[in-house]
Design a protein around this ligand. Sequence first.
Ligand SMILES: Nc1ncnc2c1ncn2[C@@H]1O[C@H](COP(=O)(O)OP(=O)(O)O)[C@@H](O)[C@H]1O
Ligand SMILES: [Mg+2]
Length: 301
Amino acid sequence: MSEGTGRTSTAPGPGAPRPEAPARRPAPRAAVPTAKGAPEEPVLDLTDVTVVRDGRPLLDEVSWAVGADERWVVLGPNGAGKTTLLQVASGRMHPTRGRAEVLGEELGLVDVFELRPRIGLASAALAERVPAAEKVVDVVLTASYGMVGRWREEYEGPDHERARELLVTLGVGGLEQRTYGTLSEGERKRVQIARALMSDPELVLLDEPAAGLDLGGREDLVRRLAALVADRAAPALVLVTHHVEEIPPGVTHALLLRAGRVVGQGPVDQVLTAEALGEAFGLRLQVERAGGRWSARSAIA
Ligand SMILES: Nc1ncnc2c1ncn2[C@@H]1O[C@H](COP(=O)(O)OP(=O)(O)O)[C@@H](O)[C@H]1O
Ligand SMILES: [Mg+2]
């Protein structure tokens, strides 16, 4: 289900030829203007997606489309199914029922090893598998090959340069020769996002990127994410969190999940109401928006 280490994920399986390096788009992506009235194909298109484990639906008939120029936040309490949803969106889990199209390819009909480098993912599960002794620059570089842990690949100069540039952009440029195990939690998060962007993906999925950060770390990360969100040439982005305070300004859409079901989705202003958030979290809430940022607390009766 989850991505293997480099040793296994790049080994061509019998009868399943893998390219030496996964297909990568040749040039850095530019925003493609579409003719007026001709909507671009969604980067994610889920129809009635249900994921059942142990007889229980972790996702329950989720229908959701993400456009190429949209920036989404997915909100919901612990256990709502957010990580499961990103597992499907990244081609790491297939729906038990329903249909999931990712970057125009239907899961189940596509070679996920070709799909994965087109998607940048940062998650706690992936981060846990980074060896502590791995050099920071290699943590980023290995994303080009959809793997964790450097093995025997050769990286070209431009790849190296891109990894360095991304580390600088994320504010951890001075750390590229350090080992991952020596980084603070905040530094690790930024390296993980640099890694998610490395393959010049068409879709970026960030699963709780601010979890475990102190206030300064969170604010720094939100600022950097806001810059990414505002970059029109940047890929479509889906950010998962359970704190509205972590939503970067500029996010365009929101999806609310509760117990595997969608309780709201659409333009962020319409969806992030006290009522809808309250329903998702099972609380009476007061929700405020100021300066492009959100805050929520329980309503005092
Ligand atoms: N492989 C699995 N088998 C059984 N239950 C799972 C599995 N993965 C996740 N779950 C359960 O599914 C629910 C949703 O999990 P998850 O998607 O991680 O939620 P979230 O990310 O919103 O906290 C949780 O109750 C979790 O325990
Ligand atoms: Mg989760």
